[in-house]
Design a protein around this ligand. Structure first.
Ligand code: HEM
Length: 509
C-alpha cells in the first residue's frame, strides 16, 4: 500500500518529464524515424519544424478534415513556415513538405525518388499499376512503350477530334447566350469525350453506356476525395466499415467493365488490321494510345490487365486535369477584359474556317499559351504531388528514414514571390519568352518535372487551345463569379465548392 502511494508521484513525475520531452520534439509515435541533417547541423537550419496541436505529432491535426480545410491547412502551414520547406510527423513516418523550387529541383531530378507516396494507394483500386502509380522496372518499360503515343504525328491526328468536339461545345454555348453559364457543367463532357475518343477510339456520345460511365467516374472521384481528407480512411478496414466502400466497388465495376469491353473489341480490330507494319514510306507506324498498347501486347510486353490499367490511367489523368484548367482560364478571361482582348486579336489571325487551322498555327498562339500558363500557375489542376523514400535517402542535405513521405506543393512553389512577384495577380506577360529568361527552371511546374513529368502535357495544351481560341473568337466572356466568392478545395485536383459561372455575349467585332 505504502509502496503504491509513494510510487504514484514518482511515476507521475516521470510521465510528466517524458511528455515534456515528447512535446519538445513534437512527436510520439514516430520516435524511431527522425529526420537528421547529413552534416550534423541543427535540423532547423534546413527545414521548419511544425509543432503538432497535440503531443501526438501532427497526427491529430488533420482529423475530420473537409476538402476545404485541407486546402486551408496546407496554405496556413506554408505561411507559418515563412518561405521554408517544413516537416510534419505522422503515425509511422515523417512528411517532408516542399514549397521551394530550389529544393524541389533535387527531388524532380532524382532517379531514386520516383516511387509515389501513400496517397496514391487510394487510387490503386481504380488505376492498378498504370503509369501514374507504378514504379521501378514496370514504370520504366511502360513509359518507354507509351511515349510514341504522344508523338507530334499522333497529336496531329487528334486535332480533328478536338475540333469536332469543340463544335458541339460551341453549340451548347449558343444556346446559353446572355445567361449565366456554369462552366463545371459544360466543360467536363468536352474533355471526357476527347480523351475517350483519343485513348480508346470510341465516341462516348454514341454509346448507350456513355452516361452511366460519366456518372461512375464522377462517383469514384467523390469517394476518393472522402478518403483523401480523412487519414483514418487510408486504412482499408476503416474505409470498409465507415466509408462509401460499396458504392466505390460498384462504380469501379462499371468503369472497369466499360474499358475492358472496348479493349476487347479493339483487340479484334487490331488483329484484323495487322497493325505493326510499316507505312507507305517504309517507316514504322505510330499509333494512338490503345493501339500502341495493343502493339506492345502483340510483342508480349504487356497483358490485358496492364492495358486496362493504362487506359484507365489516361482517362483519369486526361479528363479532370484539363477540365479544371479550362474552367479557371475561362474565368480569368472573363475577369480580365484586357487579356481577353489581346487573345481575340491573336486568334483573329487564324484562318476563318477552323477546319483549316493546323497544329503549327495553334503552336504559334503565343499569348494564348501565356494565358493558359498563368492560369495553371495560379490554379494548378494538380496542386500537390507525392513521393516516398523506399530506403534511407539523403534529400536536400537531410537524411530521410525509409518510408518518409514527400509532398511537393506545386501550388505554393508557383506562388513564391521570389520567382513570381505579386503572385496573386494574373499577369500572362510573365510567360512571354523575354520575361522567363532568368527564372528558376523549376519555379513553374504544373506538369511536374523530371522523368515522372506529365506525359500528356502537349496533348493538354493543344486540346485547350482549340477550345479557348474558338470561344474567344466567337463570344465575349463576362464575369458572373468573382475570385472572392470561391472556396478552394484540395481534392484529387484543385476544386472550388461553388460552381464557376461566366456570361457570354455573341462577339460582333
Ligand atoms: C492541364 C492538364 C494536365 C495537368 C495540369 C497535368 C499534370 C500532371 C502532373 C502534375 C503529373 C505528375 C503526377 C505525379 O507525379 O503524381 C502528371 C502525370 C501524368 N499525366 Fe498529366 N496533366 C494534365 C493532362 C494530362 C493528359 C491530357 C494526359 C493524358 C492524355 C495526362 C496523363 C498523365 C500521365 C499518364 C501521368 C503519369 C506519368 C508518369 O508518371 O510517367 N495528363 N500530370
Amino acid at each position: 500500500m505504502w509502496i503504491a502511494l509513494l510510487g504514484t508521484p514518482i511515476l507521475l513525475a516521470a510521465l510528466a518529464l517524458l511528455l515534456k520531452h515528447i512535446n519538445k520534439t513534437y512527436f510520439i509515435l514516430s520516435l524511431t524515424k527522425r529526420v537528421r541533417t547529413e552534416d550534423g547541423s541543427p535540423l532547423e537550419s534546413k527545414v521548419a519544424l511544425m509543432p503538432g496541436k497535440t503531443r501526438f505529432g501532427n497526427n491529430l491535426d488533420i482529423l475530420n478534415f473537409t476538402p476545404a480545410s485541407v486546402f486551408n491547412f496546407v496554405r496556413e502551414s506554408t505561411a507559418k513556415a515563412k518561405g521554408q520547406n517544413y516537416l510534419w510527423y505522422f503515425l509511422y513516418a515523417p512528411m517532408y513538405n516542399v514549397v521551394r523550387a530550389e529544393e524541389a529541383e533535387e527531388i524532380f531530378q532524382s532517379t531514386k525518388l520516383i516511387t509515389k507516396n501513400v496517397v496514391y494507394e487510394l487510387i490503386r483500386p481504380f488505376l492498378g499499376d498504370g503509369l501514374l502509380i507504378s514504379t521501378d522496372h514496370k514504370w520504366h518499360s511502360r513509359r518507354k512503350a507509351l511515349t510514341p503515343a504522344f508523338h507530334f504525328n499522333v497529336l496531329q491526328s487528334f486535332l480533328g477530334i478536338f475540333k469536332e468536339e469543340c463544335k458541339k461545345f460551341l453549340n451548347v454555348l449558343e444556346k446559353n447566350l446572355d445567361a449565366e453559364l456554369e462552366l463545371n457543367q459544360v466543360i467536363p463532357p468536352f474533355t471526357l469525350n476527347n480523351i475517350c475518343e483519343t485513348a480508346l477510339g470510341v465516341k462516348l456520345d454514341d454509346m448507350s453506356e456513355g452516361n452511366e460511365y460519366r456518372k461512375a467516374i464522377h462517383a469514384i472521384e467523390e469517394v476518393l476525395i472522402q478518403r483523401v481528407c480523412n487519414p483514418l480512411m487510408y486504412y482499408n478496414w476503416y474505409f470498409f466499415l465507415y466509408g462509401d466502400y460499396r458504392k466505390h466497388v460498384q462504380k469501379l465495376r462499371i468503369v472497369h467493365d466499360f474499358s475492358s469491353r472496348i479493349i476487347e473489341r479493339k483487340r479484334q480490330q487490331f488483329r484484323q488490321k495487322q497493325l505493326g507494319e510499316v507505312d507507305e514510306f517504309g517507316r514504322k507506324q505510330r499509333y494512338a494510345m490503345l493501339d500502341t498498347l495493343l502493339a506492345a501486347e502483340a510483342e508480349g510486353q504487356i497483358d490485358h490487365q496492364g492495358i486496362c490499367d493504362e487506359v484507365n490511367t489516361f482517362m483519369f489523368e486526361g479528363y479532370d486535369t484539363t477540365s479544371t484548367c479550362l474552367i479557371f482560364t475561362l474565368l480569368m478571361l472573363a475577369l480580365h477584359e484586357d487579356v481577353q482582348k489581346k487573345c481575340y486579336e491573336e486568334v483573329e489571325s487564324l484562318p476563318e474556317d477552323s477546319d483549316d487551322v493546323s497544329v503549327f498555327q495553334f503552336n504559334e498562339l503565343v499569348y494564348l499559351e501565356c494565358v493558359i500558363k498563368e492560369s495553371l500557375r495560379m490554379f494548378p489542376s494538380v496542386p500537390f504531388i507525392g513521393r516516398q523514400c523506399v530506403e534511407e535517402t539523403v534529400v536536400n542535405g537531410m537524411v530521410m528514414p525509409k518510408d518518409t513521405q514527400i509532398s511537393i506543393h506545386i501550388y505554393d512553389i508557383m506562388r513564391d514571390p521570389r520567382h513570381f512577384p505579386k503572385p496573386n495577380q494574373f499577369q500572362p506577360e510573365r510567360f512571354l519568352p523575354e520575361n522567363t529568361v532568368n527564372r528558376h527552371p523549376f519555379a513553374f511546374v504544373p506538369f511536374s518535372a523530371g522523368q515522372r513529368n506529365c506525359i500528356g502535357q502537349k496533348f493538354a495544351i493543344l486540346e485547350m487551345k482549340v477550345l479557348l481560341a474558338a470561344v474567344v473568337r466567337n463570344f465575349r466572356l463576362l464575369p458572373a463569379t468573382q475570385l472572392e466568392d470561391l472556396t478552394f478545395e484540395n481534392g484529387i485536383v484543385l476544386r472550388t465548392q461553388q460552381n464557376i459561372k461566366v456570361k457570354l455575349t455573341k462577339r460582333v467585332t
